[in-house]
Design a protein around this ligand. Sequence first.
Ligand code: ADP
Ligand code: MG
Length: 228
Amino acid sequence: TESLLEKSEKLALVGQMAAGIAHEIRNPLTSIKGFIQLFKSKYTSEEEYFNLVLSELERINLIIGEFLVLAKPTAIVFKDKDIKSLIKDVVTLINIQAIMNNVQIFVEFESDISMIVCEENQLKQVFINILKNAIEAMPNGGTIDLKVKAKEKDKVSICIIDQGSGIPEDRIPTLSEPFYTTKEKGTGLGLMISYKIIESHDGEIKISSKINEGTTVEVILPTIPQSH
Ligand code: ADP
Ligand code: MG
């Protein structure tokens, strides 16, 4: 069987390839989109067909956008960061979307020690993905509890708890795989990418869920050991 190292190396390679291909596809896609828009304004009797092509192009763009998170063209930089300030930034960013969907996010910080080493943009993307899923799981609104607390030795736990639709038990082990989605406009890539990013931070994602009651996603990350 494959060792953990072989597995993670393979994953990293797939990620780099996917991101490389995604970049290459995006440029021609943009020019195709431009031409379709031009044709649409010229051949107005065929407008509905052009709209169809445009919406399919938009879908390709969405899927590619998810892959690009894996490896930005800019260098990946791991830095010391306080997880609390990172979480605050993410919540500020996503709050507009939450409010528009009648969702309230409550944040609780229980831990004093929360310095981690991370690639800030990638880690933000993880919490955005998880919070987006939580919002989308509550189409009639509700609340999300986000709790940051110390865990065991030199670890911090970030729990995102929603009161949404829940995930069938037999689906939970497959969430780290690509393309599983129950959403009409979903890509099924958000969680796969989140798992990959957390893995590269030597962390863990744990998901527990109950149908019609809600889902808890726990992200566990190593903290910088305190010197006293
Ligand atoms: P997408 O959001 O594009 O469908 P994700 O990888 O983010 O892709 O999620 C995959 C699937 O996992 C979702 O379609 C949904 O069925 C399920 N899921 C993820 N998070 C939640 C959640 N908080 N509540 C209910 N279902 C969830
Ligand atoms: Mg998602």
